[in-house]
Design a protein around this ligand. Structure first.
Ligand code: NDP
Ligand code: PMR
Length: 401
């Protein structure tokens, strides 16, 4: 029952308490202000940095590095077009560890896929690919920092220069700050978990939608956005406080800047665990809105999934040590929700390439026998009006409308 769960959770977690939304007053003016700021930032990254300095905020903006271009061997167009005649191309964000790496590995091994590993740490990704035994030539590492819109744009330019026709985009990367008392911010001054997990991916997916519509190959194109059970309040896991809740999205409309508006989507007090779960709701709503807007017209398959509880990944790197010790055995032996990184990679690879998984608008899950099924999303995560509102506010923030 609910009180028992709350008690269990706070014992286990040691940190979280459910916080009441404070109803922080935010208005459209501040959002318009942020919008204007973003438009300027898009014109020049120099100005972006100047604006950051002005607002006195340190963000995770990574200046463009020499590494941010495709590996030299991959820039040769003739080589790229030779390979594309036999291989499909998939971009996986956050392929340097956990689910993303395991998926990249599973796909690369088939020989049928060329994996673009879209990662913020080039060296880490290269090393990860090598130690996962990914065959040379089966992947390209390209720099992408989802917490900087400038970086997202540069990534898209780099990808286009590679000459590869895009078949599948997997929006997988995420950050989770469960112990943080104060919000952190992206290059554009947006709360970092929503900026990375939702807005960076929203921007990337909007830009690459065009690339998914090329006529060069005759494959089933897919756009996959990784969701999670913890964003779904129709499950036990989704009822562990703090629960996801986007409210009326007033904080997002205000730009999540923590100055004129709250850093939380619902306008409430900052809570890192809730910010992550909210961002996952955004991921699942975004997939459905893409489906409603573009599936019929483009034939692209839009999908989301819960890959299982991969309790050993880097996602929990910022959690307290006790949590990191207890979480894997807890999930393995008590909830039985645990899956290995390898198994989770096979699952996501299925959503990328299985000819039986072409249905669009689906949130996939797997039972204990590892059989996939179409899962039911929570009321909020399947609310079409909220999905539309989220889409429109996100567009406005990114100046995409
Ligand atoms: P990991 O931390 O292992 O992987 C996350 C990846 O995202 C890393 O490669 C990380 O890069 C990358 N990343 C983080 N920030 C950025 C950024 N700004 N720009 C580009 N890449 C970035 O976690 P998981 O593998 O567990 O998570 C993968 C997905 O699975 C997430 O969407 C998560 O929500 C989802 N998920 C995970 C579950 C679990 O139990 N673990 C359960 C349900 C869903 P770097 O290596 O440089 O840190
Ligand atoms: Mg949860 C069937 C029960 C189940 C499942 C599948 C998960 C998945 N969890 C379950 C139950 C419980 N969890 C229970 C009963 C508790 C209270 C003891 C509990 C607690 C808990 C915490 C503190 N669980 C957590 C946390 C985290 O910090 C993780 C989180 O919410 O990250 C956002 C987490 C998770 N539990 C899961 C999954 C998949 C996660 C992690 C990641 C995610 O959604 O991406």
């Amino acid at each position: 029952n609910a009180p028992q769960l709350t008690a269990m959770c706070s014992t286990f977690n040691g940190l979280h308490t459910e916080k009441a939304a404070s109803g922080c007053a935010t208005n459209v003016q501040s959002s318009a202000f942020l919008g204007t700021r973003l438009a300027h930032m898009k014109q020049t990254s120099m100005l972006a940095r100047a604006n950051q300095a002005e607002s006195g905020r340190f963000a995770s903006y990574a200046p463009p590095r020499a590494q941010s271009v495709a590996a030299p061997a991959e820039t040769k167009k003739s080589e790229a077009s030779k390979k594309t005649s036999t291989q499909s191309t998939v971009i996986i964000t956050g392929a340097s560890s956990g689910l993303g790496l395991a998926t990249a590995q599973a796909l690369a091994r088939t020989g049928e896929w060329h994996v673009i590993m879209a990662c913020r740490d080039f060296l880490k990704a290269e090393r990860a690919a090598k130690s996962a035994g990914m065959p040379k030539g089966s992947y390209t590492v390209m720099h992408l920092d989802l917490a900087s819109l400038e970086s997202v744009k540069q990534f898209v330019d780099n990808f286009r220069r590679s000459g590869r026709p895009l078949d599948v985009l997997v929006c997988n990367a995420a950050v989770y700050f469960p112990t943080e008392k104060q919000p952190r911010f992206s290059a554009e001054g947006i709360e970092l978990s929503v900026a990375t997990n939702h807005l960076g991916h929203f921007y990337l997916a909007r830009l690459l939608l065009e690339d998914l519509q090329h006529k060069k190959t005759d494959t089933n194109r897919r756009l996959i956005i990784v969701g999670s059970i913890t964003g779904n309040t129709n499950t036990l896991a989704g009822n562990i406080p703090p629960k996801a809740n986007l409210g009326d999205l007033r904080g997002l409309a205000g730009g999540l800047n923590g100055v004129q508006s709250s850093a939380m989507i619902d306008g409430g007090e900052f809570d890192g665990a809730k910010a992550y779960k909210d961002s996952k709701v955004c991921n699942m709503l975004t997939m459905q809105e893409f489906h409603r807007r573009y599936h019929k017209q483009t034939g692209i398959t839009f999908a989301s999934l819960y890959p299982g509880c991969i309790a050993t990944t880097g996602l929990f790197r910022e959690h307290i040590p006790l949590f990191r010790t207890l979480f894997p055995p807890f999930q393995k032996y008590i909830t039985k929700g645990y899956v290995s990184e390898e198994e989770s990679g096979k699952r996501l690879a299925q959503v990328v390439s299985d000819p039986k998984m072409t249905k669009s608008g689906v949130y996939w899950s797997w039972n204990n026998d590892s059989n996939s099924f179409e899962n039911q999303l929570s009321e909020e995560a399947s609310d079409a009006d909220k999905a539309l509102k989220l889409w429109e506010i996100s567009e406005k923030l990114l100046e995409l409308d």
